[in-house]
Design a protein around this ligand. Sequence first.
Ligand SMILES: Nc1ncnc2c1ncn2[C@@H]1O[C@H](COP(=O)(O)OP(=O)(O)OP(=O)(O)O)[C@@H](O)[C@H]1O
Ligand SMILES: [Mg+2]
Length: 383
Amino acid sequence: MPPSQAPFLFDAPFRNRYFTGRDEELRALVSLLQNGHHAVISAPPGWGKSWLAAAAMRMLVKDDPAFRCLTADLFAAQEPADFLAHFAGRVLEAASPEPAQRLELARRHLPNASPYLDPEATAELRFDRKRLQQHPDEVLNLPEMLATESGERFLIYVPDFQRFAQLERGSHFERRVRAVWQNHRQASYLFTGSGGPAFVQEFERPSRAFYRFAEVMPLQPLSPESCAAYVSARFKAGGKKISPKIAEKLSSICEGQPRLLQELGFHLWQLTGSKAAGKKELRTALELCFALHGRAFIRMAEGLSITQLNLLKAVAMGEQHLSSLPVMQAYRLGSPASTTKNRRLLMAADFLTGEQSDLRFTDPLFGFWLRMRYFGAGIRELV
Ligand SMILES: Nc1ncnc2c1ncn2[C@@H]1O[C@H](COP(=O)(O)OP(=O)(O)OP(=O)(O)O)[C@@H](O)[C@H]1O
Ligand SMILES: [Mg+2]
């Protein structure tokens, strides 16, 4: 992670000072949530879902201090009981800073879950997991109960929501959760997730548990103009200079992907001395990025089948008509059916994004790395 005084920040929790763009998305999102709706932000990794969610929570609280915002993540949850215990703990933490008061609230609202304070860690509330699982509705209703009692509102943010379906086989738990949450009036739910069209279908297919539960907001890349302006402003804030041309070049390489913008911006800023950042420094910054990501890129490529890798090579070389005979033969893509299947899988695995006739790499750096590794391209083609 870059040191805190650096003017660029990546792989780090949200900091408003480093946040740019997304004005319209932020306004729309906050308005939905303020009006009691639920929302889901869908975009590939590194496109800024979590930062947008954090910016929205910041704005909600600023506009109305009675909003209690909390994050219930699925990282440590292996089964429904893990999620329920975590969810109850987070909701109670948001409701009160006092462990004793949290216990009192839990005893009153979750009598079946047998809450107690862990004697080893006094601030931690624990529950009887078996009973939690037997009475999920009690926990799932907790934010609505607390909000109704106190006159507050709750915003529950669940990141990486694509993991939710993996909590158990079948969709019984998912359906239970949806059935309870859909009756809430004082609690709004915000999800983020990746996985392309396969993820969005969770909210758009009538057969799915969360069908039409939340408004789907697909996140677009940042605009090139706003990226270039951001890079110039951050250089200034960090006491260094960059020519407008190089700021534009850097932005066009990043294709509006905020994580890459921050990482490349950071390396370029570090490499820049008293003279304005130029082509030479930008090339070196790119070399550094490729060196840092090279091993991960090799692993990503090695995890693919031959025809999947070939399809990515074709897209990396700018081919769009993947089902045309010359492209299929030149890149050995296999049959039309397997090409269609591979395209779908590569989108679900967040390698590619966009429409059928306008496929792009979710990480432009990986696309260019493929061109370098398999087609002899050099960094000078970029800068
Ligand atoms: N609006 C923004 N302005 C400036 N930088 C941003 C913005 N959004 C995201 N970033 C940068 O991109 C990085 C990744 O953003 P974020 O963590 O929100 O992505 P994500 O879509 O949630 O990814 P993942 O799917 O991996 O969780 C952040 O650490 C930050 O450096
Ligand atoms: Mg995230």
